[in-house]
Write a protein that binds this ligand. Structure first.
Ligand code: NAD
Ligand code: G3P
Length: 305
């Protein structure tokens, strides 16, 4: 029996606590509002899963740094975001803070509401330490959750993070009722845009064709269960971003990710036409209709994949 501690009691942290208990492992779910202290569930934990939103990663890392985390404890990160100050991914932040611990990224097409209903899903546990990824694979695999492993944590993490930007665009596409052809074109062009960014940041291109890239892109861009999709849909309906986020009462990481991505792409001169229109829309520079027109009227070019 292993001891598993989940940090963050939101939608995904709660689902991961349920999934983690399926094999009889001891599971502790800790959140800021927990009555017990963090130290009591960190001491002796085999695996600590960080399931906080991007804005909570820094504070969570600091909390753990103040405790004596064993170097044998595997840290799993499931956050799909980018740090606005450093543009770093959550796994990079965790690895920097805990250089002696194995860091595993768990990411895939995993809408928490479906998983809480017991519907089948698959995901990826990725780490530079393959043994640690396999340990997480064994803990989480069940008859409703199939876990694959790979050795590209950055690519796995960036797939889950970048697809949120395109989920906003997909919500716009459906909200404006642009049709199946347009949606197909959008998702197909999104993938090379994700790969372009990922490869420049050091990820492997092929990782983006897997569950954590294309898989999560398809799930999130086609489901009203996705909060990022709902942001785009609401914008197409003419709602303000403030109103949409107020109604969501939950995390839509794509908003922050879009802003950080633009900053990163500007500095590194990466071409990200779809993300740029999402950025302009989110920041009130253009309407949803103008965003579509800007993409349709771009300079004609070969189809570069
Ligand atoms: N919900 C899903 O379907 C899903 C699936 C896969 C990955 N994710 C990712 O997991 C992360 C969490 O998503 P969620 O759906 O659980 O969001 P949520 O809004 O339901 O919960 C966010 C959690 O983060 C915690 N948090 C925020 N700031 C904190 C801080 N300063 N200190 C401690 N805790 C803090 C909150 O208390 C809450 O428990 C996001 O990055 C999301 O992209 C979500
Ligand atoms: O609700 P979203 O848009 O944060 O999407 C949840 C997951 O990332 C889907 O894999």
């Amino acid at each position: 029996m292993q001891s598993l501690t989940i940090l963050g009691g939101g939608a995904w942290g709660s689902a991961l606590a349920n999934l983690g208990g399926k094999k009889g492992d001891r599971v502790n779910l800790w959140s800021r509002s927990s009555s017990f202290n963090l130290e009591s569930v960190i001491t002796g934990a085999d695996v600590v899963v960080s399931a906080v939103s991007m804005k909570g990663v820094g504070a969570t890392v600091d909390r753990l740094l103040a405790l004596e985390l064993s170097p044998d404890t595997i840290i799993v990160t499931v956050t799909k975001g980018l740090d606005p100050a450093s543009t770093r991914t959550p796994s990079q932040i965790w690895q920097n803070a805990f250089p002696n611990n194995s860091i595993v990224v768990l990411s895939g097409p995993n809408l928490s509401e479906e998983i809480q209903q017991g519907l089948p899903a698959a995901t990826v546990a990725a780490s530079l330490d393959l043994a640690a990824a396999k340990q997480v694979q064994n803990i989480y695999s069940s008859d409703i959750f199939r876990v694959y492993v790979n050795e590209d944590p950055l690519g796995t993490e960036l797939g889950g993070t970048l697809k949120n930007v395109f989920a906003i665009a997909a919500g716009v596409c459906d909200g404006l009722q642009l049709g199946t052809n347009a949606k197909s074109a959008l998702l197909t062009r999104a993938l090379p845009e994700m790969i372009r960014v990922g490869v420049r940041l050091g990820a492997r291109a092929e990782t983006f064709y897997g569950l954590s890239g294309l898989g999560d892109l398809l799930a999130t861009c086609n489901s009203p269960l996705s909060r990022n999709y709902r942001v785009g849909f609401g914008l197409a309906e003419g709602k303000s971003l403030e109103q949409i986020l107020h109604e969501l009462q939950s995390t839509a990481e794509g908003v922050n990710t879009t802003n950080v991505l633009i900053d990163l792409a500007d500095r590194r001169e990466i071409e990200i036409p779809v993300s740029r229109q999402v950025y302009r829309l989110l920041n009130g520079e253009i309407t949803a209709e103008q965003a579509v027109l800007s993409l349709m009227e771009r300079t004609l070019k070969p189809e570069i994949l």
